[in-house]
Design a binder for this molecule. Sequence first.
Ligand code: ADP
Ligand code: MG
Length: 255
Amino acid sequence: MPAPFLEIKELHKDFGGLTATNSVSFDMGRQEMVGLIGPNGAGKTTLVRLINGILKPDRGKVRFKGKEITGKKAYDIVNLGIASTFQNMRPFRRLPIIANVMVSCLSPRAMKRGEWVKKVEAKAMDALEFAGISDMALEKASTLSQGDLKRLEVARAVATDPELLILDEPFGGLSPAETELMAKSVARLHKGGRFGRLHSEGPAMIIIEHKLQQLMKIVDRIIVLNFGTIIADGTPQQVVEIPEVIEAYLGEGGV
Ligand SMILES: Nc1ncnc2c1ncn2[C@@H]1O[C@H](COP(=O)(O)OP(=O)(O)O)[C@@H](O)[C@H]1O
Ligand SMILES: [Mg+2]
């Protein structure tokens, strides 16, 4: 049997006396688009940081395409094909938007893909177009609204040509109309195809989101975390009917 695309095995992280990730295990396939939900403080961000190398686990393993990547440096993990966007965005504020994305295009992974090297600027524009902010390419990143910063984050991640894309609250701070647009772009990217000069095989995705209605429309599987533990894993329709999930959310004012 081939190794799972992404394999998480008993991954564990404590912060002092607090267990943020409690021996979490799950597998995910190359074609999947997985939603990761749970109340505030459930450990969603910590879990994806253990996968993308921002944090090192106390115990447990992460394997990507059959190869162990546990504890590897974040930039090595990007080069293996896992890109992320972050809740707290840190663009180069004094640089134009386009330069922020060109930096991603210059990663060793992107450079290896031949064509990228010749047309870094054009590719960066395609990533911005994909994210819907190409008209602002020459403005400084410091001028962007919260919603447009989210799009810049997505453009930067997409420009590294990931096989697995991890999005931490991509709809956060977006208006309902912007959320709709972002959800559509993300779903389109997952399907794959051609975006200007950008070819995408369609990355697998893990999407952390609080806006469940919009999330449920685009993912095929939802994993629910509470107190660092997986309490449900199934189709969106299945998980919203599980009493434990409803209870975890009612504590926060309902789904
Ligand atoms: N760097 C850190 N140091 C100490 N505690 C942390 C740190 N990061 C997260 N935590 C704690 O771990 C728990 C899980 O946080 P987090 O993963 O950010 O949850 P979520 O993304 O689901 O809201 C929370 O109680 C949070 O306060
Ligand atoms: Mg979080």
